[in-house]
Design a protein around this ligand. Structure first.
Ligand code: GDP
Length: 510
């Protein structure tokens, strides 16, 4: 923001001690510096933006417990690669316990429903692996109630098995172990459970509360037991949701369909989704035109834990985005507008933050230099020099460059105090002999820095270094900005060159 830029500028190019309390740097002057140092865009944007009232929509607080109804658990399958996650999902989908209607063409919509003979339902998210799981979590949107951890009985606990356990634990989601590939002759389920102990996953037979089911995803063995174990755990978890009221959910998949336009799969977490509902997700909104289930059939509604395809989006929202119902299209537009605006602001602030950080670093650098100079006898002289230059600093750069008197803005860097002092002394005497103005923007000890180049660039100045270095990147930067950078190790050569440059700016002798 303004104050930071100002402070940084003051500290890098003007001695604060020499500033009178009434001296105010013109905004236009600073703007020019900001512009020249490549911050133009952000500057303009920041000063033009106006505050807007926040009219966003959020999840509602937990409902009145009396309104809550039991809902099916939502399950994610995780585990090491090749341990059988995909195979397990496939056989769960195809198995007899799935409630697919005969003849229905199962579509991939990001999740599917399994119904037990006893009527209980389970929603399986069908993107296995922890990538999807953590991307949702990163957005603070956890859709999963239970993790089914697949471990191959012939392979045991592997890297990604451990990672999956960690993911589930961080999300505070309980685990059920599916000991897979039990059909294989070399399968050793006992070993799997023992290995899990080392990662604090204690199965029931070791006195813990984690259920472990021996299955064969390939042959479809024992899948019902796995489903029953899931339902049993869900009962313990007392998963409930409000079937009425404004809909809340999560986008689990999104794509553009040739005929239908933007289509998403959404998992309902609260309320009942119906045609005609107005929804907001991220920076997109929808008036629901159609709802389809995983069999591609049009449905009229979807309650808690159900997954449906939603058609009617204006733009494509991203997977992992929270879905919320609002009262009207007008309200939806308002929310989307606000979110778009807020996101832009955030980006701007981030950019500005980077600039401020850079300014601060320069500030630090300069403070260090100043501390190193405090004992010098010519500190007073330095202040005087700046005082003499103060009016020029306060004037607009355009005025300064147009003034009749030629001037040469300078940055002097030296290896030790003495050399810098010697150069300044020489300059001072030269200045009084000639009809010119030397404008020492900044001087100090040490190698030429990026900040020196920035200041020189902002004032169309030159950098003179005595017995100091400038790194390759600094030299390139100076060349790119057209900042003259002159390094010398013999003082009179430096002075000669300086005089020459100055003379070139003097009016021709009459
Ligand atoms: P993912 O990487 O975890 O999704 O693993 P896949 O489901 O792709 O399975 C990897 C390999 O293991 C495939 O060749 C499967 O056929 C095989 N596989 C999966 N489950 C079983 C099983 O229960 N028994 C046997 N014998 N092979 C299996």
């Amino acid at each position: 923001d303004f104050d930071h830029v100002l402070e940084a500028l003051l500290n890098t190019s003007v001695d604060l001690d020499s500033l009178e309390p009434d001296s105010v740097l013109e905004e236009r002057w600073i703007k020019e510096v900001v512009t020249r140092s490549g911050m133009k865009f952000r500057w303009a944007k920041l000063s033009e933006t106006k505050e807007r009232p926040n009219r966003d929509v959020h999840r509602k607080p937990p409902a009145d417990p009396s309104l809550l109804a039991q809902r099916p658990p939502v399950v994610t399958i995780m585990g090491h690669v090749d341990h059988g996650k995909t195979t397990l999902l496939d056989s769960l989908r195809k198995s007899q316990i799935v409630s697919t209607e005969a003849g229905g063409i199962t579509q991939h919509i990001g999740a599917f429903l399994v119904q037990l003979p006893t009527g209980e339902k389970i929603t399986f998210l069908d993107t296995p692996g922890h990538a999807a799981f953590s991307s949702m979590r990163a957005r603070g949107a956890n859709a999963t109630d239970i993790v089914v951890l697949v471990v191959a009985a012939d392979d045991g606990v592997m890297n990604q098995t451990v990672e999956s356990i960690q993911h589930a634990r961080r999300a505070k989601v309980p685990i059920i172990v599916a000991v897979n590939k039990c059909d294989k002759p070399q399968a050793d389920p006992q070993r799997v459970k023992q290995e899990l102990l080392a990662h604090d996953v204690v199965c029931e037979e070791f006195g813990g509360d984690v259920q472990a089911i021996h299955v064969s995803a390939l042959k479809g063995d024992n899948l019902l037991s796995l489903a029953e174990a899931t339902v049993a755990l869900a009962e313990v978890l007392e998963l409930k949701a409000e079937p009425t009221g404004a809909v809340e959910g999560l986008i689990i998949e999104s794509r553009t369909d040739k005929g239908r336009g933007p289509v998403t799969s959404a998992i309902v977490q609260r309320g009942t989704l119906r045609r005609g509902c107005v929804l907001v997700a991220g920076r997109s909104w929808a008036k629901v035109r159609y709802l389809f289930d995983e069999n591609g059939r049009a449905v009229t509604e979807a309650g808690p834990s159900a997954t449906v395809q939603v058609v009617g989006w204006k733009d494509l929202p991203s997977a992992g985005e929270v879905l919320l119902e609002v009262e009207s299209e007008q309200r939806a537009r308002e929310v989307v507008e606000w979110r778009t605006y807020a996101e832009e602001q955030e980006k701007l602030q981030e950019e500005q933050g980077v600039i401020e950080l850079k300014q601060k670093l320069h500030l630090e650098e300069y403070r260090k230099e100043r501390e190193g100079l405090t004992h010098l006898s010519w500190r007073q002289r330095k202040s005087a020099l700046y005082r003499a230059n103060k009016n020029k600093f306060a004037a607009r750069p355009s005025e300064r460059t147009q003034s009749a008197e030629p001037s040469l803005p300078l940055i002097i860097k030296g290896d030790v105090d003495g050399s810098v002092e010697a150069i300044l002394n020489l300059l001072e005497s030269y200045e009084s002999q000639q009809q010119c103005q030397l404008e020492v923007l900044h001087f100090g000890i040490g190698d030429v820095s990026e900040n020196d180049v920035n200041v020189a660039d902002a004032f169309s100045g030159s950098i003179y270094g005595f017995n100091v270095a400038a790194s390759r990147s600094i030299q390139q930067l100076a060349a790119k900005r057209g900042v003259p950078l002159r390094l010398h190790s013999i003082i009179y050569k430096l002075i000669d060159e300086l005089k020459e440059e100055l003379s070139s700016k003097l009016p021709p002798l009459r």
